[in-house]
Design a binder for this molecule. Sequence first.
Ligand SMILES: *[C@@H]1O[C@H](CO)[C@@H](O)[C@H](O)[C@H]1NC(C)=O
Ligand SMILES: *[C@@H]1O[C@H](CO)[C@@H](O)[C@H](O)[C@H]1NC(C)=O
Ligand SMILES: *[C@@H]1O[C@H](CO)[C@@H](O)[C@H](O)[C@H]1NC(C)=O
Length: 322
Amino acid sequence: MPLSPRNWYFSNRINITKKTVILAFCILVLCVLLLIFGWAWYPNTKFVKDSRIRSSSDRLPLMERYNANCDSCVTNWDALLASDTLTGGELVQYFLWTNHSSCQLSHDFGGIMMNNPSGLAGQKAVCIDKKIAPQPGKCLVYSFGINNEWSFDENMARYGCEVFAFDPSMGLDKHDHTPGNVHFYNWGLGDRDEHDNRFNWTIRSLSSIHETLAPLHGYKIIDYLKIDIEYSEWIALPDIIASGMLSKIRQMGMEIHLDSQDSLEQHREWAKLLRSIEKMGMIRFDSEYNPWFVGNFTQFHLMGSLGYEIAWYNSQLLHVTT
Ligand SMILES: *[C@@H]1O[C@H](CO)[C@@H](O)[C@H](O)[C@H]1NC(C)=O
Ligand SMILES: *[C@@H]1O[C@H](CO)[C@@H](O)[C@H](O)[C@H]1NC(C)=O
Ligand SMILES: *[C@@H]1O[C@H](CO)[C@@H](O)[C@H](O)[C@H]1NC(C)=O
């Protein structure tokens, strides 16, 4: 007769106490294994909680060293971004990070409601704390990248700002958009004034546009600069820094775009560029990943979002110090 597990237990080739010990040991081993795997699978960051976006390694040893998962801890992003062992997952944590305590009241302006997943796309966070809020009746907004979607611009006009909107890709000439106090120009944002022959677009630097429009709005601080220009932000931003225009921007909301084909080093450079404006006094108060724009980063084994809506305010341009 073959030995069934039951027969094995009761057959008297080995005594019953020994078998009980073996069985108990097996159960213990199973429990320990379950605990270990359960822990490894437990999503431990905002990013990996979203089941559609999961990093290939949920374990982030460097991150733990720099306390990046702790809101109230100070994260040493500079050390992290300089690290030899930086991973894609850690880089993404930097893009996702935000300084929650820096703005008490942040409102999203504009955006369109999407499906699958449902949510707002293209919205821009504006900090309306008294210390930094655009002042209705006298605020100035520059908005780059409209793509026939005027909700941000119309809302900022309704809030009480004068809005200058720019987009060379819509086939529209300079005009005033209604409803609202919105002036449209068919210029694109770049690092210099040039003509883009591929598309027949006029590209201009921020400082040059500000200079040209000064007769209309004076040499005023730009209370909110919106940038949503499909990768050209990486070209325009270094010039905004170099030209000194950063010191004339009170708040900035920008969609940054990552490239799933690009290297970890390229992404590190982009992260360092953002870090450099933070070191110049731009305080991040919001970051939202774009769940409709997700990719497989083939060069560093990560599934992740390719777009992040990040907002900053300039700590050197506070209306009142707190
Ligand atoms: C967070 O924001 C506060 C201002 O509310 C600022 O003092 C602080 O330096 C910021 N922290 C980081 C890590 O940027
Ligand atoms: C290029 O754009 C200008 C206006 O911005 C227009 O007058 C001109 O006809 C365009 N050229 C071509 C080849 O489309
Ligand atoms: C991502 O790309 C890698 C390499 O091309 C491939 O092995 C992996 O299966 C892809 N992952 C997903 C989830 O598509």
